[in-house]
Design a protein around this ligand. Sequence first.
Ligand code: SAM
Ligand code: DTB
Ligand code: SF4
Length: 312
Amino acid sequence: MAPTLTSIAEIYYRPLPDLLFEAQRVHRGHHDPLAVQLCTLSSIKTGLCPEDCGYCSQSVHHKTELSPQPLTDVETVMAEARAAKASGSTRFCMGAAWREVKDGPLFDRVLDMVRQVAALDLEVCCTLGMLQPHQAAQLKAAGLTAYNHNLDTSPNYYPEVITTRTYQDRLDTIKAVSSAGISVCCGGIVGMGESMQDRLEFLEALTKLDPAPESIPINSLVPVPGTPLENATPIDSIALVRMIATTRILFPKAMVRLSAGRLEMSEELQALCFLAGANSVFTGPKLLTTSNPEHDHDFEMLERFGMVARER
Ligand code: SAM
Ligand code: DTB
Ligand code: SF4
């Protein structure tokens, strides 16, 4: 049975030492506490997205400094995937600024990318917007490991951030993904002006997913000039640590990914997030459209912490 909102709040508000101790206990029961999985992102189709997500640089509704790019060719993506593997990533995630996947030559090209990245023996993930069951089945057949589709925030706060689709649309795609036998990567963003209650309700919504997500990205908003959220109040560091620890306790087996926003985080804060149970980061100078720490920087940081990049 999914935990109640009250029990989620009870975890979140524990004294910090108790919360971190419990998160470590759970983490060590299911994962190597020294290993962090490195993932690389590639934006395979950039900008001109018809959705109006208030945080996103790629929406046509916002005036951001972004040069739109049509769907990349397979060879360019493969060069990026090989470079990602050579620099220690074991998961390669391709993102497209589409509202939904449309059948046809462009989707066929993405299927080709999935097949070829999978052949490199990398975990392969896509985030392409809404998906229908037959498209999920095609992605599965091509060798896709996981599909990223975030709930982003609480059901109540969602319409404050996005008006062009509903929470139910997200849930339907997530269902199509899990029904096709693809691993679900589903998380959200903090620091969008949501209340503490919204954060807890977002976690509650995640716990209601069946099956539970195997991968949970926790993004801290990267404020993009020109978006409605450019001036949102950043999340307080300890609130972020509490979110990660609560996520870890609620989802003992999941990969908890400390995703967007690391450039704004000190190494001390990242260390606390790892203690709280985060065990993956996106590495390399770019996320999809915004900046991110370089590999070398991440390797040095992990080394200083006595931690390692996960080998497989
Ligand atoms: N278009 C697809 C979709 O929305 O599902 C895939 C790409 S979208 C950029 C993937 C996720 O990145 C979003 O769901 C959101 O959680 C995260 N994201 C986008 N812009 C962000 C930002 N400025 N800061 C933090 N996270 C962001
Ligand atoms: C996710 O939750 N975070 C990653 C991945 N899924 C695709 C993307 C973060 C994007 C940050 C904003 C940007 O670079 O455009
Ligand atoms: Fe489009 Fe995804 Fe950006 Fe929303 S988050 S505007 S769906 S690319």
